[in-house]
Design a protein around this ligand. Structure first.
Ligand SMILES: *Cc1c(COP(=O)(O)O)cnc(C)c1O
Length: 219
């Protein structure tokens, strides 16, 4: 299927209250422009260097989301233009984003990335750490950013019940924090599991290969 058909197929599965983040990592600027021309404005990249190469070549009204692990020393490069950083996994990183956001006289939106998968390798805050950071935010600790929600990745498995349980865990935390201060975004679900994520309460999904095709890391 073509990118256009893929994109339409995904859009047809999303109601208007679910945000689509088109994950364009490893794919060329021409493919991103093609999806942009179909009306998509929110794109996600996972590496700062790749984003910095693509950013100047694409329309300025794209809302860029960073979805991959971010080192504190790279925040300064993206702070002038990034819309949302979905992958905040430490207090140190949050403090740095707050600082750079202030310097640029912006309010960068962030999601706290919470570790819900059983796999060891996944980045993310423990639930208790996420609660602690959110409380610091409510207490005024990070005045130049807005925590708009939570992001999580489920275990890579065929066991749908496990995936569902992990998503529901994050939804539970979302509801709890939302009582303290209203949140907007629950980012869960990728190409293989976004329908389950939406059933579990996601209102933002990060879809890459189902739109752009498989990633070729050899290039
Ligand atoms: C690559 C990536 C995605 C998209 O994955 P697909 O399976 O290609 O849809 C979503 N979220 C994160 C954090 C990613 O790194």
């Amino acid at each position: 299927m073509s990118i256009k058909e893929n994109y339409q197929t995904i859009k047809d599965q999303l109601t208007s209250d679910v945000q689509l983040v088109a994950v364009s990592k490893t794919h060329p600027v021409s493919a991103i422009q093609e999806v942009y021309d179909l009306g998509q404005r929110v794109f996600g990249e996972n590496k700062v260097q790749e984003l910095m190469e693509k950013y100047p070549l694409l329309p300025k009204d794209i809302q860029w989301h960073l979805i991959g692990h971010l080192q504190t020393n790279k925040v300064k490069y993206i702070a002038p233009f990034i819309d949302t950083i979905q992958s905040v996994d430490s207090q140190k990183l949050l403090a740095e984003i707050n600082k750079e956001s202030g310097k640029n006289e912006r309010t960068i939106k962030v999601l706290l990335q919470v570790k819900i998968a059983a796999e060891e390798s996944k980045f993310g805050l423990e639930i208790s750490e996420a609660k602690d950071l959110f409380q610091q935010y409510i207490d005024g600790g990070f005045p130049h950013i807005e925590i708009t929600g939570l992001m999580g990745m489920a275990t890579f498995t065929d066991d749908e019940q496990q995936v569902r349980n992990e998503f529901l865990t994050l939804k539970g935390l979302f509801d709890e924090l939302n009582q303290l201060k209203p949140l907007k975004t629950l980012s869960m679900g990728m190409s293989d599991d976004f329908p389950v994520a939406i059933e579990c309460g996601a209102n933002s999904v990060r879809v890459g290969s189902a739109i752009f095709g498989r990633r070729d890391y050899s290039k």
